[in-house]
Design a protein around this ligand. Structure first.
Ligand SMILES: [Zn+2]
Length: 104
């Protein structure tokens, strides 16, 4: 759930953790492994057609480089796009997903 004008202020990488600071002062701390395993792109999570049927692709075999980040791009102020070392770059994580994945 996105409330108000919460957006992404900045983010940082610390070892195998992604730290995200939001404009309202809250933050999310997400392990890279968890981030990659929950990649929301159609290739990882599947696509739903107009009738609501979910088509889930065969999972891509993951290697160690699947969990290494080359770079993270800010998409507007509402999402982060990780560029993974195995060249997987299609997932965009919106703010509500970042909060959901954050370590409690
Ligand atoms: Zn993906």
């Amino acid at each position: 759930m996105i409330k108000g004008d919460k957006n992404i202020k900045d983010f940082d990488l610390l070892n195998d953790l992604l730290l995200v600071n939001f404009s309202d002062g809250s933050e999310a701390v997400i392990s890279l492994r968890r981030l990659r395993d929950r990649c929301p792109c159609a290739g990882c999570e599947g696509e739903t057609d107009a009738l609501g049927n979910l088509y889930k692709p065969k999972p891509q075999p993951k290697t160690e480089s699947s969990y290494e980040l080359k770079q993270v791009l800010l998409v507007g102020y509402y999402g982060l796009k990780p560029l993974w070392a195995d060249n997987h770059t299609t997932g965009i994580f919106p703010i509500d997903l970042l909060i959901e994945l954050s370590e409690k």
